[in-house]
Design a protein around this ligand. Structure first.
Ligand code: HAM
Length: 413
């Protein structure tokens, strides 16, 4: 029991050094890439009214039906955000005209009550973008290219982009009717979930992971075949624009995506290092109604935890982005301690990582701490050095020691 007391909740992790250095690199480069595509950061609250998610993600999606962390502290039922699009759209809808033509990105924790496993967490982190107001295939292609730029900036290689379409809203009925009729003769071969889904949300049968369901799906026409010519032409234009930009993608008509707000283009990015949970990013075009407003947009989100698994498989680790080891100050005696406090402040004001023992302990005890700190160099001062205006500099890797002027140390640090 004693052990559990200090453990984070199942499916939720503490993120610490050295892995945190990878997170910091990813966040910093993400901000730079988004800035280059003229996106501004938006931070929405983690808690929203439950209805914000029910309305935009769809009542029958797994995320809303089974995975929400929701509670009712007072009048309204609230929920912790399971993703970033719904809250972003709630915010943009409130900004009137300006919100209908916005480009925003977000970075932060999301919550889904899922069964935890490798790459599937209950608290996970997304970096995502949303662009509103451009009902245009070029906007979809640009968002996919942006996502590729982001993965490139992180140094990730070996990912695959799969693209498909959900068609326009008027395709929904013919697609559902067509798929239902095609699947009906195979009903008994489908899993229990899919027998239910056939009426509730027939598209979800297409991306069911069950092997028998997949065999059935292979025998029926794809959803795209029931769509209008205009929807197919829209997808062609997205693919064409991506070819123009040199972004390689594969069309996979079986790609559906689990959220209901999508229309037209949907895509997912996978990586072989991820095993069963192989999608590290997903996105698409959507149309979200909030109150009387219908907001068209396009966007994506990348899961940090999954992207990190893929980066690790490419040999990219947190240690590579660790800050400089910096300096450690050792004070021999009370006056050295006072002087070193001043010296540390001066070095820190120059941005140098600098640590010291805040008590005049023995040389041995202070050197032990210096070692543990990982500092590359240790600065040692006693009464004698203070009198002479010098410091002893010990190179921890070489084991060498030299006496230099204090001014020289400050100037060259
Ligand atoms: P999503 O596919 O549900 O899309 O999530 C995007 C990414 O978040 C996934 O590809 C995965 O990397 C990560 N992710 C999702 N659930 C988990 C989990 N339980 N554990 C770890 N990682 C997870 C969306 O959320 C949409 N809002 C994307 C979007 C933005 N579409 C348009 N705009």
């Amino acid at each position: 029991m004693a052990n559990n007391e200090f453990q984070s909740l199942q499916g939720m992790s503490d993120i610490q050094a050295p892995e945190i250095f990878l997170w910091q690199m990813m966040e910093e480069r993400a901000r730079a890439v988004f800035n280059s595509y003229s996106y501004d950061e938006l931070r929405t609250p983690i808690l929203e009214k439950l209805s914000v998610f029910q309305r935009s993600l769809g009542d029958t999606t797994d995320v809303v039906k089974k995975e929400m962390y929701s509670f009712k502290p007072s009048k309204h039922e609230l929920a912790m955000r399971p993703e970033g699009t719904a809250g972003t759209m709630r915010h943009l809808a409130g900004r009137g005209e300006e919100g209908l033509n916005a480009r925003v990105f977000y970075i932060g924790p999301m919550f889904r009550y899922e069964r935890p496993q490798a790459g599937r967490k209950r608290q996970f982190h997304q970096v995502g973008v949303e662009a509103t107001g451009e009902p245009n295939p070029l906007a979809d292609a640009e968002a996919i290219a942006l996502q590729k730029s982001l993965l490139d900036a992180w140094g990730l290689t070996g990912s695959k982009i799969q693209v498909s379409t959900r068609g326009e809203p008027s395709d929904r009925q013919p697609v559902a009717d067509g798929l239902r009729a095609a699947l009906q003769p195979h009903l008994s071969d489908l899993c229990d979930d899919c027998q239910r889904r056939i009426d509730e949300n027939v598209l979800r049968v297409i991306d069911c992971k069950n092997e028998n369901c997949q065999k059935v799906v292979d025998q029926v026409p794809s959803a795209i075949e029931f769509m209008s010519d205009a929807s197919r032409a829209y997808l062609d234009q997205v693919i064409h624009a991506l070819e123009n930009m040199g972004v390689e993608v594969t069309v996979n008509p079986k790609l559906i995506r689990g959220l209901d707000y999508y229309v037209h283009t949907v895509w997912e990015i996978s990586h072989s290092a991820l095993g069963a949970q192989d999608a590290l990013a997903g996105g698409g075009r959507y149309e979200i109604s909030l109150g009387k407003k219908s907001v068209p947009g396009v966007g994506f989100a990348v899961g940090f935890e999954r992207a990190i698994m893929a980066l690790n498989a490419c040999g990219i680790e947190g240690e590579q982005f660790a800050p400089d080891c910096g300096l450690w100050l050792v004070s021999l005696g009370e006056s050295a301690l006072t002087e070193n406090m001043k010296l540390a402040a001066e070095l820190r004001s120059k941005g140098i990582r600098c640590g010291m023992e805040l008590a005049a302990k023995s040389m041995k005890a202070q050197m032990r701490k210096a070692n543990r700190s990982g500092a590359a160099k240790v600065i040692i001062r006693g009464d004698e050095e203070i009198e002479k205006g010098t410091v002893m500099v010990k190179d921890m890797a070489e084991g060498t020691q030299e006496e230099i002027n204090l001014e020289e140390l400050i100037r060259d640090a």
